[in-house]
Design a protein around this ligand. Sequence first.
Ligand code: ADE
Length: 230
Amino acid sequence: MRIDIISIFPEFFGVLDISLLGKARERGLIDLTVHNLRDFTHDRHRTVDDTPYGGGAGMVMKPEPWGDAFDAVLAESPSPVVVFPSPAGERFTQATARELALEPHLVFGCGRYEGIDQRVIAHTASRPGVRVREVSLGDYVLNGGEVAVMAMIEAIGRLVPGMVGNPQSLTEESHEDGLLEYPSYTKPATWRDLEVPPVLLSGNHGAIASWRHEQQVERTRRVRPDLLGE
Ligand code: ADE
């Protein structure tokens, strides 16, 4: 999978070199390039923002550097999914991560300030072959898209085929089957007077599977009844 990120803070993404994603990059499963939006400005101050038409607080990201950045990034691979992180976007869920993990090329456009001039989103969506999604990490406002994109790339990257050694570990987690995951335990069987639930030591795989499912339903009902439609 190829991933391009356009941001005015390319240093943010240095952390993607470590951990699982770093290994995926070394192994060639993910080819990630970060582009500095300011490299696509043409003035001495490398300006990326301006005051909003119609008035109001804050600054809006100017369209010209974005247009030039997309011209450059899309020149070699013209049919990606372009994701604009935004609190005004559709909600990012495990289902979104699964869909995006199947794509050969993703481009993330990280906005700052009060957002990007909306014509950038419209123009990008009008490019032949490009599919655009405005995506929100959740119902809260971050200072910019960078942290949201980092979270999305971590959620998507681990679903890319070949990324995780044991693919079964992916299907037994929270949100994969619409339920939160069951609680996990490891050795020792007694720790500070706390026992591991005895069924897990029973060797009875059927009983263990039913217990885990009950735990999933109980936890989901208690913490996230919305997932059960309750
Ligand atoms: N940028 C600012 N807030 C955001 C959010 N909640 N999700 C995605 N991008 C954002």
